[in-house]
Write a protein that binds this ligand. Structure first.
Ligand code: HEM
Length: 421
């Protein structure tokens, strides 16, 4: 589909065949450059970005560090105990909240931020409760991430850009300073101490000789891209399971058979196919990045008889592709069983299922996102029963989606945890 808004040509790829052309066949010209929103064009920030940069040498060097140092199976395995502990911290916190209404995404978000901050800094940086700075920082990171991906009217009418009518640029700009400030001391101390024995992400970046701006940009993008997407997947999955009690029961039976009464370990994950199927089915119906990340064509190209002019914005509509009735049986039903015994994965090999994207810009954090969603969701289901406030029946739960570059539950899920003995 082609739309022209203002001076902007926008092309939507809404089936797997067109997505293949954009993400694979013509990826050099159609998937190399991002269509960055004006909010990230501030203060030269984009030149330090992995997410918004085009596929230049700088981008390649950052991706290489992530691929070879950060998200390798060896590195992830070596940190699995820390993540397992963070998940149990969440369970212990929820025990103190029994009988009270909890906004599920709020507490899961903190867990994800701490999983990531341990990977980056080898320490917790965020708190569940308390009015101190660390708690505020969680909201700031969320605000900046969500503000940066809001639809900006000046994308359609670039002439309006300097006016920043919606205050998006201002919002992001104001948020960045305190965020960068929150880890400035840690970075300085680590550089001065010259002790790089932790082998965490900060050590890797410092030893790789990357500049302070790169450090700030990379840390922010890891925290931003890694937390919101994963949290949304967990929130939607828990909601779907509450609406489908027989699936919840089936999942608990699997968890009981494999994990029993002890805490979950990441080494359990390969033995939990139904858990994986539930997460996959959520990623199909509720992909956290419904249009992936917008691209911009660097050359004029012809795609299945369409001419895409140089400079056009290209949105790969994963949301529509995942619900295409030509590809999917019962496309609108939440039905995890479709993935049992199926070869279909989300590694970018099957273009009808691309929650992490595909091709050269596929999500770099996929291996971590895949583990973290299963660990947190599996533990929430294993250790707690969840009731809805005011005796609401699960089938009355609102399933409204708020659309932007990210897809969120709106209103979010509120539920009351009860520890399962
Ligand atoms: C369920 C979890 C996640 C989902 C569904 C998800 C999804 C995505 C998607 C759709 C893209 C864009 C791909 C494209 O444009 O083709 C992306 C890119 C990216 N993701 Fe994720 N992501 C998740 C978790 C993570 C985690 C845990 C991290 C890091 C800690 C991360 C970091 C990134 C980065 C840095 C990029 C930009 C890559 C580039 O442009 O080269 N993501 N992700």
């Amino acid at each position: 589909m082609h739309i022209k808004f203002g001076s902007q040509h926008t092309f939507y790829a809404s089936n797997a065949a067109v997505a293949t052309e954009i993400l694979k066949t013509n990826d050099r010209h159609l998937s190399s450059a991002r269509a960055a929103p004006p909010s990230v064009l501030i203060d030269g920030q984009i030149q330090y970005s992995l997410l918004w940069n085009e596929c230049n040498d700088y981008w390649k060097s950052l991706r290489k560090v992530c691929r070879t140092e950060l998200f390798t199976t060896r590195m992830l395995d070596s940190q699995s105990q820390i993540r397992e502990k963070k998940v149990m911290d969440l369970m212990n916190f929820l025990k103190t909240k029994q009988g009270q209404i909890v906004q599920v995404s709020d507490v899961v978000f903190v867990t994800l931020l701490n999983l990531l901050s341990n990977m980056i800094f080898s320490k917790d940086m965020f708190l569940y409760e308390g009015e101190d700075e660390k708690r505020g920082m969680k909201y700031l990171i969320r605000d900046v991430t969500l503000t940066a991906v809001k639809l900006d009217i000046s994308e359609l009418f670039p002439i309006l850009r300097p006016l920043d009518l919606q205050g998006i640029k201002r919002g992001v700009n104001n948020g960045l300073k305190p965020i960068f400030g929150s880890w400035a001391e840690t970075v300085r101390d680590r550089k001065e101490s010259k002790d790089h024995s932790r082998h965490d992400f900060l050590d890797v970046l410092i030893q790789g000789g990357f500049s302070d701006q790169t450090l700030d940009g990379m840390i922010l993008e890891m925290l931003g891209a890694g937390s919101e997407t994963t949290t949304s997947t967990i929130e939607w999955t828990l909601t779907e399971l509450l609406r489908h009690p027989h699936m919840l029961k089936k999942l608990r039976e699997e968890l009981q058979a494999v994990v029993g009464d002890r805490p979950m370990k990441e080494s359990d994950l390969p033995k939990l196919p139904y858990l994986h199927a539930c997460i996959k089915e959520t990623l199909r119906l509720h992909p956290p990045a419904p249009f992936l990340i917008p691209r911009r064509s660097t050359e004029t190209c012809t795609v299945l008889n369409y001419t895409i002019p140089k400079g056009s914005q290209i949105l790969v509509n994963a949301y529509a592709i995942h619900r295409d009735p030509d590809t999917w049986e019962r496309p609108l039903d939440y039905w995890p069983e479709r993935f049992i015994g199926s070869e279909l994965d989300y590694q970018g090999n099957h273009l009808q299922f691309i929650p992490f994207g595909a091709g050269r810009r596929i999500c770099i954090g996929l291996p971590l996102g895949s583990r973290a969603t299963r660990m947190v969701l599996g533990s929430l289901v294993k250790w707690f029963d969840w009731e809805l406030p005011n005796g609401m029946e699960p089938d009355k739960l609102p399933m409204t989606e708020s659309f932007g570059l990210t897809l969120q539950m709106d209103p979010p899920l509120f539920a009351i945890p009860k520890y399962r003995t």
